[in-house]
Design a protein around this ligand. Structure first.
Ligand code: HEC
Ligand code: HEC
Ligand code: HEC
Length: 429
C-alpha cells in the first residue's frame, strides 16, 4: 500500500497572476538574494546570456542530463504563475506546479531543510527578478528514468523532510553554519557519495567525498585527504577568497560556489567554516598547521629517486615557473602542489583535469588563471607528469594505478561545463 500511495501523482497547483514585486519589502528581497547565493540558484539556472535564472544548463547525472528550467517570473516560460505553495513544493518535495516530479538534480533533498521564512524570502527574490522569455531544451532521460512518476517512490525512500533542530550544546554560529551547509548550501550534493539510485549516502558517508561533472569533490570530514588538516580559520579563508595558503585554490565546480558565497556577510562564512571544521577533522592549532605545511614543502624540495625523467622535464618546463614555492609571483597565486588535496587523493582525476583544462574561471579574479595543456601534451606526456608530481609532492602516498587509462577517460570528458549532452559518469576508483 505504501508503494501504491507513493506512486500517485501530484495534483496541479492553480496558476496565479504574476505577483507584483512591490508587495515584497526591499529587506525581504535582499534577504532572498543572499539565500539565492547560498543555494547557487544562478549557477545551475543560468540563462543563455550567462546571467539571470532563465535556465538551459545541463546537469550531468549517471542517468542522463537534466536541464535546469527557467525560474524567472516570466508567465509563459518561467514560474511567473507560481503561488508560494507551488514554489515551496518544488523546494521541499520536488514537485513542479503542474504536478510532474522534479529530478533531484535540483537539490530539494537539501533545500527541504530551509525555514519557511527563508523560502518566502527566496520566493520574493525570484519573483522580483526580471522576467526572461526562454524555453530551455527539455530533459530527455532514457527509459526507465524518463518516467518521472518513479521519483515519487524515490522520494519515499530517500527524501527526509523537515527542518533541522538546533543543537543547544553547540554555539549559535555552529548551528547557523550547519543550517547553511546542510540546507540551502547543499554542500553534500557534491561532497557526499551517491548510491546506485543516485541518492546521497548518509550516516558515516555524509560529506565523505563525491563526484560532480568529472571532478572529485573531496571528503570534508575525517576522511579528508588534505595533507594539512583543515582548520576553521583555513576553511573560512578558502570559502571567502577561493584560496588558502595551506591548501590551494577552489577550482572546477567549487569556484562558482565560492564566487556566490562572496555575497554573504562574513559571519555566515565563518559559521559554515566552524561547522565544517567540527566534522571530525583533527582541529589543529594554527601553529601546528603551519609547521605541517612547512615540513611538506621542505620535503618536496628534494628530487624523488624514482621520478620519471620525462615527467621532470615537463614539470620544469611547464609548471615550475608558476608553482615552485620560491619563484616570483608575477600574478595571481602560486598554489604549492605539495599542499594540494588532489595531489594526495586516491586517484589523479582532479589534477589531470586541471592540467588538461587549465583554470579559466577563477573563484576570484585576483587568483589569476592557469593555461590548459590539452592540446600541447599527449596522454603519455600527461601521465609522465602525473607520476612525477605524485612521487615528488606526495611521496608518502602509493603511486597512482592505471594513470594512462584515467588520463584518456578525463580527456574524453573535456567539454565546456554545462553543455547539454556530455560527460559520461565517472566510475569509482
Ligand atoms: C545543482 C543545480 C541546481 C541548483 C543549485 C538549483 N536548482 Fe533548481 N532546478 C535544477 C534543475 C536541473 C531543475 C529541473 C529539474 C527537472 O526538470 O526535473 C530545477 C528546477 C527548479 C524549480 C522547478 C521549476 C519548474 O519549472 O518545474 C524551481 C522552482 C527551482 N529549481 C528553484 C531553484 C532555486 C530557488 C534555487 C536556489 C535556491 C535552485 N533551484 C537551485 C537544478 C538546480
Ligand atoms: C557543485 C559541486 C559543489 C558544491 C555544491 C560544493 N562543493 Fe566544495 N568542492 C567541489 C569540488 C569539485 C572541489 C574540488 C576543487 C578543487 O580541487 O579545486 C571542492 C572543494 C572543496 C573544499 C576543499 C577540499 C580540499 O580538501 O581541498 C572545501 C573545503 C569545500 N569544497 C567546501 C564546500 C562547502 C562548505 C560547500 C557548501 C557551501 C561546498 N563545498 C559545496 C564541489 C562542490
Ligand atoms: C602561468 C602560470 C601557471 C602555469 C604555467 C601552470 N599553472 Fe597551475 N595554477 C596557476 C594558477 C594562477 C593557479 C590558481 C588558479 C585559480 O584558482 O584561479 C593554478 C592552480 C593549479 C592547481 C590547483 C588546482 C586545484 O583545483 O586545486 C594545480 C594542481 C596546478 N595548477 C597544476 C599545474 C601543473 C601540473 C602545471 C604544469 C603542467 C601548471 N599548473 C602550470 C598558474 C599556473
Amino acid at each position: 500500500p505504501t508503494a501504491a500511495l507513493a506512486l500517485t501523482t501530484w495534483s496541479a497547483i492553480a496558476p496565479i497572476a504574476r505577483p507584483d514585486p512591490s508587495v515584497f519589502s526591499a529587506a525581504t528581497i535582499e534577504r532572498g538574494r543572499l539565500l539565492a547565493a547560498v543555494g547557487d540558484c544562478a549557477v545551475c539556472h543560468v540563462g543563455p546570456d550567462a546571467l539571470g535564472l532563465a535556465g538551459g544548463r545541463g546537469l550531468h547525472t549517471p542517468f542522463g542530463t537534466v536541464v535546469a528550467t527557467n525560474i524567472t517570473p516570466d508567465v509563459a516560460t518561467g514560474i511567473g504563475t507560481w503561488s508560494y505553495p507551488a514554489f515551496e513544493r518544488a523546494m521541499r518535495q520536488g514537485g513542479s506546479r503542474d504536478g510532474h516530479n522534479l529530478y533531484p538534480a535540483h537539490p530539494y533533498t537539501s533545500f527541504t531543510k530551509a525555514t519557511d521564512a527563508d523560502l518566502q524570502a527566496l520566493y520574493a527574490f525570484v519573483m522580483a527578478e526580471p522576467a526572461v522569455t526562454h524555453v530551455p531544451p527539455p530533459t530527455a532521460l532514457a527509459a526507465p528514468f524518463d518516467n518521472r512518476v518513479l521519483m515519487r517512490l524515490w522520494n519515499g525512500l530517500f527524501l527526509r523532510q523537515g527542518t533541522l533542530t538546533p543543537d543547544p550544546a553547540r554555539s549559535q554560529a555552529w548551528n547557523r553554519g550547519r543550517y547553511l551547509v546542510e540546507g540551502l548550501g547543499h554542500c553534500s550534493a557534491c561532497h557526499s557519495p551517491r548510491n546506485a539510485l543516485g541518492a546521497e549516502k548518509g550516516g558515516a558517508a555524509h560529506l565523505a567525498g563525491g563526484t560532480v561533472d568529472g571532478w572529485d569533490a573531496p571528503a570534508l570530514m575525517a576522511l579528508s585527504t588534505a595533507p594539512v588538516p583543515w582548520t576553521a580559520e583555513a576553511l573560512y579563508t578558502y570559502l571567502s577568497t577561493g584560496h588558502d595558503a595551506h591548501h590551494g585554490v577552489a577550482a572546477g565546480p567549487m569556484a562558482a560556489v565560492v564566487t556566490e558565497l562572496a555575497a554573504l556577510p562574513d559571519a555566515d562564512r565563518r559559521a559554515m567554516a566552524d561547522y565544517v571544521a567540527s566534522l571530525g577533522t583533527p582541529n589543529l592549532a594554527s601553529e601546528a598547521a603551519t609547521a605541517r605545511a612547512e615540513a611538506l614543502l621542505s620535503r618536496a624540495a628534494v628530487e624523488p629517486l624514482d621520478a620519471s625523467a620525462l615527467g621532470q622535464r615537463l614539470y620544469n618546463g611547464a609548471c615550475a615557473q608558476c608553482h615552485e614555492p620560491t619563484g616570483p609571483t608575477l600574478f595571481g597565486v602560486r598554489p604549492a602542489l605539495a599542499l594540494n588535496t588532489g595531489v594526495h587523493a586516491d586517484r589523479p582525476d582532479n589534477l589531470t583535469r586541471v592540467i588538461l583544462e587549465g583554470i579559466t574561471e577563477p573563484a576570484h579574479s585576483a587568483l589569476g588563471a592557469m593555461p590548459g595543456f590539452a592540446t600541447t601534451y599527449s596522454d603519455a606526456q600527461v601521465s609522465a607528469l602525473l607520476r612525477y608530481i605524485r612521487a615528488r609532492f606526495a611521496p608518502e602516498a602509493a603511486p597512482w594505478a592505471r594513470v594512462e587509462a584515467s588520463v584518456a577517460r578525463v580527456r574524453a570528458t573535456l567539454v565546456p561545463s554545462g553543455m547539454v549532452g556530455a560527460a559520461p559518469p565517472v566510475p569509482p576508483p
